[in-house]
Write a protein that binds this ligand. Structure first.
Ligand SMILES: CC[C@@H](C(=O)O)C(=O)SCCNC(=O)CCNC(=O)[C@H](O)C(C)(C)COP(=O)(O)OP(=O)(O)OC[C@H]1O[C@@H](n2cnc3c(N)ncnc32)[C@H](O)[C@@H]1OP(=O)(O)O
Length: 253
């Protein structure tokens, strides 16, 4: 199984479990996350939803390039990009706080997943970044739209996207992307973070979350994500992208 979905106390935790691929997202993980988001949306007892990666090497390394490299054209790429973008939108709109528990590097689509969450708890020595630019594509799962609408700072958001380099967690704390840094056990960090929330009636969280979602939707998040998917799909078809992915996949051969 490429993922796990478990209740943990009053929360639910989705764990991507593909350490050998640095927790890259394939169709199986997408389908699992989609089902988990649906179940979480229907669970009235849930206080928060957490997404994390197994092991300490990577939270998530983005789309599984060995699997998605077979998508060659704009028409091939758009459904895959649109499917994950829709799952992340639904995850972002869950009626409870959504937390990315980042205990390893988060790059490419992994950084998009984290950005779609409400909070990002990040181990202090990991790096995160929208490295898609190094593959001659933009973000294609809606990450830039989530970032640009949620981020207080236009300049740091654009820097993250355009520089396309993984950045130290400490720098991303200054940027406002990291909510809180941690060292040591990730579930200890999660419990310290959720402890104050546990003392507030869950209906309060759900009410604030509803207000936050309403603001994002009013600002056009859904439409912007759709445009982002289309733009990425166009770039996906170019030779320069396929050559960059070839280089990544063949780097050790
Ligand atoms: C498709 C959607 C698109 C989007 O819309 O956002 C994307 O996500 S594009 C994908 C962006 N991701 C990448 O470019 C890959 C990034 N990976 C890395 O930078 C590194 O792997 C890492 C995450 C920093 C970890 O580095 P390290 O610990 O040194 O591991 P390795 O690099 O040696 O990787 C081990 C193993 O895993 C394979 N791997 C890693 N990432 C992916 C991936 N995204 N897809 C497929 N395979 C991946 C890597 O090839 C190695 O395999 P082996 O050589 O067979 O061991």
């Amino acid at each position: 199984m490429a993922y796990r979905f478990e209740k943990r106390g009053s929360g639910a935790v989705f764990t991507i479990d593909r350490q050998e691929k640095r927790n890259a997202i394939n169709e199986e993980v997408m389908d699992g996350l989609s089902a988990a988001v649906e179940a979480a949306g229907e669970d009235g007892s849930l206080r928060y939803f957490v997404i994390t990666g197994e092991g300490q090497s990577a939270f998530c390394s983005g789309g599984d390039l060995s699997e998605f490299h077979k998508l060659r054209t704009e028409e091939d790429a758009a459904p895959m990009l649109g499917k994950m973008a829709d799952i992340l939108l639904r995850m972002a709109m869950l009626p409870v706080p959504v937390i990315a528990l980042i205990d390893g590097h988060a790059v490419g689509g992994g950084c998009e997943i984290a950005t779609a969450c409400d909070f990002r708890l990040v181990r202090e020595d990991v790096k995160c970044g929208f490295i898609q630019g190094t593959l001659a594509i933009t973000t294609g799962w809606g990450g830039a739209s989530h970032l640009l609408l949620k981020s207080g700072r236009h300049d740091t958001a654009l820097r993250m996207l355009t520089e396309a380099t993984p950045k130290e967690a400490r720098e991303l704390l200054e940027y406002g992307w990291v909510t809180e840094l941690f060292a040591g056990d990730k579930f200890g960090a999660l419990d310290r973070f959720t402890d104050p929330m546990e003392r507030v009636h869950p209906s309060v969280h759900r009410a604030y979350k509803q207000a936050a979602v309403r603001r994002l939707l009013a600002a056009g998040l859904r439409e912007q994500v759709r445009e982002e998917v289309a733009l990425c799909a166009k770039l996906w078809a170019a030779d320069v992208h396929h050559e960059a992915v070839d280089r990544f996949l063949n780097k050790k051969k």
